[in-house]
Design a protein around this ligand. Structure first.
Ligand code: CP
Ligand code: NVA
Length: 299
């Protein structure tokens, strides 16, 4: 039987996401020892840096009674050109689940095609589904179901933005994206989600009456050399108190972190009562525990 993967958020249905969030909230409150993954091993392949993703997955596996192995291309044959197809076949004969953080999204797709065990996307250049699961959990905890709400995405049409497009379709919310020209999400994703997503060049227009305002760095991992140019182009796209004032009075602010204060978000907004970024980061642990349980226990 083919294993279940989380390559993009669309590998889950809206109902499964709602159930996963409910379960994540339960697991967050659980005070007793619960070890459904005893002796199970998670392989963690990181082509890029990470704090939250690595620590949340490693902690989840320890708390679930299993373990994890951190694999960096620098120290494995993956970094010396062993084909992804071969690595997937070998690793998946030894471990029970594999999470990958890669540059090319295709790498995770190939890995999933050749793996005998569930593969989880821990961020690619195109998508970051684990982060959006944690964001959704955070929204549900504070405000209830996100269906019918309005989310403003301010900044780069990047991997996070593109995952929000999937989330808007799966959970029926409106997504207003404000990007500078040339930094839009992929046209095909936008056209597939035309009934849920609006694109504007005006952060104010996007933020108006929004229930949730979200942003992310202007230069993602792998785009460091564009940092200075992007800082100029994105200058009018900072989420500051003035922009937040246009959103609904009870609007929340989220950022997947790491944040660059004074660039995509002002320090004032990041530290404001509307900002739920620390819980959002913590929920990586709980949402991913629910995900591991779904993929490895329920199958
Ligand atoms: N938000 C997020 O994925 O953080 P890390 O890069 O620290 O894993
Ligand atoms: N868009 C950012 C997210 C980091 C968690 C990046 O890809 O670097």
């Amino acid at each position: 039987m083919n294993p279940r993967h989380l390559v993009t958020l669309t590998d889950l249905s809206g109902e499964e996401i709602r159930n996963l969030i409910r379960r994540a909230v339960e697991l967050k409150q659980l005070k007793t020892v619960y070890e459904p993954l005893k002796n199970k091993v998670l392989g963690l392949v990181f082509e890029k840096s990470s704090t939250r993703t690595r620590v949340s997955f490693e902690t989840a596996m320890i708390q679930f009674g299993g373990g994890s192995i951190f694999l960096s291309p620098r120290d494995t044959q993956l970094g010396r050109g062993e084909p992804v197809e071969d690595s997937a076949r070998v690793l998946s004969r030894m471990v029970d689940c594999i999470m990958l953080r890669t540059f090319a999204h295709r790498t995770v797709e190939i890995f999933a095609e050749y793996s005998k065990v569930p593969v989880i996307n821990g961020l690619t250049d195109r998508f970051h589904p684990c982060q959006v699961l944690a964001d959704l959990q955070t929204y549900f905890e504070h405000r209830g179901d996100i269906a019918g709400k309005t989310v403003a995405w301010i900044g780069d049409g990047n991997n996070m933005c593109q995952t929000y497009i999937h989330a808007a379709q799966l959970l029926d919310f409106k997504l207003k994206i404000a990007c500078p020209e040339g930094y839009d999400p992929e046209a095909e994703l936008l056209s597939q989600a035309a009934d849920r997503v609006e694109l504007t060049r005006s952060p104010k227009e996007a933020a108006q009456d929004a229930d949730l305002v979200v942003t992310d760095v202007w230069a993602s991992m792998g785009q460091e050399q564009e940092q200075a140019l992007r800082a100029e182009i994105f200058a009018g796209f900072q989420v500051d108190a003035q922009l937040m004032a246009l959103a609904a009075p009870d609007a929340l602010f989220m950022h997947c972190l790491p944040a660059h204060r004074g660039e995509e978000v002002s320090s004032e907004v990041l530290e404001s009562p509307q900002s739920v970024v620390w819980e959002e980061a913590e929920n990586r642990l709980h949402a991913q525990k629910a995900l591991l349980e779904l993929l490895l226990v329920q199958g």
